[in-house]
Design a protein around this ligand. Structure first.
Ligand SMILES: CC(C)(COP(=O)(O)OP(=O)(O)OC[C@H]1O[C@@H](n2cnc3c(N)ncnc32)[C@H](O)[C@@H]1OP(=O)(O)O)[C@@H](O)C(=O)NCCC(=O)NCCS
Length: 254
């Protein structure tokens, strides 16, 4: 695997009938979580995201997806047993989509949200915006506000995941410079004395943020769940090879 960060965006293009087969790739803990989900759509999103994570991380390590031992830190950060210092990754689920970032160089945090589902965020300004951010936010034209909030939300969540703290850290303490949020490129955000680097992108209806401890080169690959299923069913797994992508392909193993 080369230096930098690989970011994968997975479209969940399988029907509900695929859930049972995909459950075969899950650990007993993941399986019990999948089965505890009330709605089939959520279960499909969950099993697709875990398959994606297991295939991507598994191919980097040369391990079959179902044999990967994924554990959680006390705060919920996912880790691979015996690889905690050598392989960094982060996962986020949107409706119908999964985003995964992986790196051998640095910690990472990723978050994805569906823009069209972010309209309710304006009811929670006091929960996740600092006073300064709120003051700036009221100057944003009303038509642009949902998109703005979605981007702030994913930015803060990505930073919370990078630090591995999740909601142990108050989202209001992740300070985003709203005036630079729409400028594009990499921006800096501060959390106490810590500086974090953020890149935001919008793909179709999704807002995606990636947080890193230093500026990083990011390569994005688009996948479908069906292409992953084809790949893991192939007799060549787990050898290195091209991962199937819509319109692009690249080597997963360096
Ligand atoms: C867990 C959290 C980090 C993100 O959760 P989320 O947005 O609901 O869900 P996502 O799909 O984006 O991310 C879930 C994944 O984050 C990862 N994650 C969870 N805790 C983590 C932590 N402490 N550090 C790093 N990654 C973590 C896990 O891989 C998790 O997947 P899993 O459920 O299969 O274990 C946390 O911020 C949370 O619970 N948020 C709830 C919403 C909220 O209040 N957000 C504040 C926004 S400013």
């Amino acid at each position: 695997m080369k230096a930098g960060i690989d970011q994968y965006i997975l479209q969940h293009d399988l029907g509900l009938g695929a859930i049972e087969e995909l459950e075969g790739y899950l650990s007993p803990r993941e399986l019990s979580r999948a089965r505890s989900l009330r709605y089939s759509d959520d279960r499909l999103d969950y099993v697709c995201s875990i398959l994606c994570l297991r295939v991507i991380v598994g191919r980097v390590l040369g391990v079959e997806p179902q044999n990967l031992n994924i554990v959680s830190s006390a705060t919920g950060r996912p880790l691979i047993e015996n690889e905690t210092d050598t392989l960094h990754f982060s996962l986020s689920r949107g409706k119908g989509t999964t985003a995964i970032a992986i790196s051998q160089d640095m910690d990472i945090g990723i978050d994805i949200e569906r823009l069209s589902l972010c309209c309710g965020l304006s009811n929670y300004l006091d929960y996740f915006l600092s006073n300064e951010e709120k003051c700036h936010f009221v100057t944003v034209p009303p038509l642009l506000r949902d998109g703005y909030l979605c981007k702030i939300w994913t930015t803060k969540e990505a930073a919370l995941k990078l630090l591995g703290l999740g909601l142990q850290l108050d989202p209001k303490n992740v300070v985003v410079d709203l005036s630079s949020l729409n400028r594009g490129g990499i921006q800096q955000i501060t959390i106490g004395d810590t500086i974090t680097y953020l890149s935001n992108m919008q793909i179709d209806d999704y807002s995606i943020s990636l947080a890193t401890p230093k500026p990083a080169q990011v390569k994005t690959t688009y996948l479908t769940a069906s292409s992953l299923v084809e790949m893991v069913s192939s007799q060549f797994y787990p050898q290195c090879g091209n991962i199937c992508v819509e319109g692009a392909s690249r080597e997963l193993c360096a």
